[in-house]
Design a protein around this ligand. Sequence first.
Ligand code: CA
Ligand code: CA
Ligand code: CA
Length: 312
Amino acid sequence: MRYLFFLWIILASMLLNELYAQSENIYKINRHESVYIPLGKVSFADSIVGFNIGNPLPFKKYSDSSQALNAPNYTTYDIPNYVSLGCKGNLTVAFTDNGFMNLRGNDLYIFEVGPSKEAAKIEISENGDEWIFAGNITGGKSIIDLEDQNISSEKVFYFVRITDQKKVCNSKTAGADIDAIGAINCVIKITFNTEFLFDFDKHELKPSADIILQQLSETIQKVENATILIEGHTDSDGKGAYNLALSQKRCLSVEKELIFLLGEQSTYDYELASYGENNPKVLNNTEENKQLNRRVEITILPPQSYYRSIKN
Ligand SMILES: [Ca+2]
Ligand SMILES: [Ca+2]
Ligand SMILES: [Ca+2]
C-alpha cells in the first residue's frame, strides 16, 4: 500500500512537471480559452512586409500594422494592441527567426480579437512571391491546419497574408482585427554545407565546426523543449550504400556534439535521418550542384511530448 502511495506521488509530480512545462507557452484567446504554442515566443510573426488598408477605414488609432507582430497582448477593445485591416484590407507579415510547416495537427493560429469575429482569407508563401491559399478564419475559428489544403509537409513557409472578407465594414475597427499571428508547428531550419563540418570522406567533425555548432546550440537554447531533427545528405559520387553509411555516421557526430553542448540533462529530443545520395536538392550534374547536395539539415520543431498530447 505504501509503495502504491509513493508511486502515486511520483506519477502526480511527473504530470505536474509536464503541465508546468506546457504552461509557459499557453496564450489566452479570450476570458475562457487559450491556445498552446509549443515553441513559445519565437513562433510569432516578426516583421511587416505590406499593409493595404481597406475601405471603409478603421479609426486611425486601430491602423498601426506593427501591433500584429510578436506574442499576443490584447487586453480590451479600446486599447489598440491590434490592427484593424479595414474593409477588404490585407496585411502581409514575415517570420524572420522561424518558419512554419504542415506537420501533425493545427499549424497556425490567427489571434483575431474584438467583439465581432470577422472573416478573413489566409494565404502563405515560402518566398513572399508565390502564394498558396491556406484556409479561412471565420465565426470564431482562428485555426489553420494546412493539411486541409493538402499543402506539402516538406516545405518551410516564411510569410502569411491575411485579407479581410468584407463581413463587418462599418464599425470603428472595420475589417478583421489582428493581435498576433502564431505558428503552432513552428520550425527553425538551418542547412550546413558538409564542407563546413567535415573533411572529405570523413565523419569526425573538423575543429572549425566547433564554432558553428556552438552558435547552433545558442539558437536551439532560445526554445526550452524541442525536437532536434538532424538530416544528412551526400552527392552521388561513389557507391550508394557507402554514401548512406557516411551520412549516417555524420548525423551521429553532429548529435553527439549537440548533446555535449546542450548538456545530457537537457530536455531536447533528437531524431536522425540519413539519406545518403537518395534525396538530392538539385541534379548532381555540375560541381556546384554536387556541393549544394552535400549538406546537413538541422530542423528545430515542437517536442515529441507535444505530438503525443494531440489527438489526430
Ligand atoms: Ca518569430
Ligand atoms: Ca497540419
Ligand atoms: Ca498585438
